[in-house]
Design a protein around this ligand. Structure first.
Ligand code: HSE
Length: 307
């Protein structure tokens, strides 16, 4: 196989209380990538979108992932990539992870699947390091495997798939850019013991709620007393959106990844659409452009479209 086309999904990292350890894949939006195998150690990148991302391999998220694979393959191969990005960079919807994970999976297919999921996560984390300055897997892991994943540890990698209930996800992306690196820099270096206790209670509650399909438990565990109070300052209308979405019937939600997107989980489609309406009303009132998505949890992860 010499050429492959894949779909790489958006992801919601953190799932409110699980900073850097929980993530969920979405059916929409997604990026499309076409990757071709070359027989010389080179990475050629073409961006088929308007985001103006760098095309030099060393500065491109997919590029650094492919360079690390080429190095592992003793410089005997190369790749040509065309990226049609639909997940806006800086949206908080795992745009860099979609490029990184998509590149790793596509390359692995072209190499007859010689690498394990774990190795692909390791390759893909090089892309996250370039984008945010830190190797984190809470977008990459659900992007690769689909569903909801727990990253119990990065050193050594220990990733657990959590059963994902058939919930609807509503997302609003106010059109302002929040760089993950900036949103990490503003976080406190130390937290109060009482906040830590509340946070790990919520994480345990959320995981139990997901496993038992207990919607009320999921809803009340979607609480973040550590990160959200700091980061929500970067998102205009955040408190109002959250309050009104819950009044409209959402189970709960919060900042998607490092923001500015905000996501809400709902039991059914009509509630998810009512939640979307509320989000639109808030941002129309504030006067900020936005995109919304009403979608579901993606259970497949990166998918091969052809090749
Ligand atoms: N866990 C990361 C953060 C995700 O919140 O900084 C970034 O997409």
């Amino acid at each position: 196989m010499q050429k492959i086309k894949i779909k790489s999904p958006a992801t919601v990292a953190n799932l409110v209380c699980g900073f850097d350890i929980l993530g969920m894949a979405l059916n929409e939006p997604y990026d499309i990538m076409q990757v071709q195998l070359l027989n010389e150690p080179n990475v050629i990148i073409r961006n088929n979108d308007y985001f103006g991302l760098p095309e030099e391999a060393e500065k491109n998220v997919a590029g650094v992932v492919l360079l690390s694979i080429i190095e592992r393959m003793k410089n005997e191969i190369g790749f040509e990539v065309e990226i049609t990005k639909q997940i806006k960079p800086g949206s908080g919807l795992g745009s860099s992870a979609a490029s990184a994970a998509g590149a790793a999976i596509a390359a692995n297919h072209l190499l007859d699947n010689i690498f394990s999921n774990e190795e692909m996560i390791q390759f893909a984390m090089n892309g996250e390091k370039l984008a945010s300055g830190v190797k984190h897997a809470d977008n990459i892991s659900p992007c690769i495997s689909g569903g909801i994943t727990l990253i119990r540890s990065i050193h050594p990698l220990d990733i657990i798939s959590i059963p994902a209930p058939d919930l609807y996800v509503t997302v609003v992306h106010p059109q302002i850019e929040v760089k993950t690196s900036d949103a990490r820099q503003i976080l406190k270096k130390q937290i109060l013991f009482k906040d830590a206790i509340r946070q790990w209670g919520n994480i345990a509650g959320l995981i139990t709620g997901l496993i038992k399909n207990d919607h009320d438990l999921i809803g009340r565990s979607l609480e973040d007393v550590i990160i959200e109070p700091v980061r929500s300052i970067l998102i205009p209308g955040f408190d109002e959106v959250k309050k009104k979405c819950k009044e409209a019937g959402a189970l709960g939600g919060g900042i998607s990844g490092s923001g500015p997107s905000v996501f809400m989980l709902s039991k059914d489609e009509s509630t998810a659409k009512a939640v979307e309406q509320v989000m639109k009303e808030v941002y129309n009132k504030i006067g900020i452009d936005y995109n919304t998505y009403v979608t579901r949890i993606n259970k497949r992860g990166v998918e091969v479209v052809s090749g």
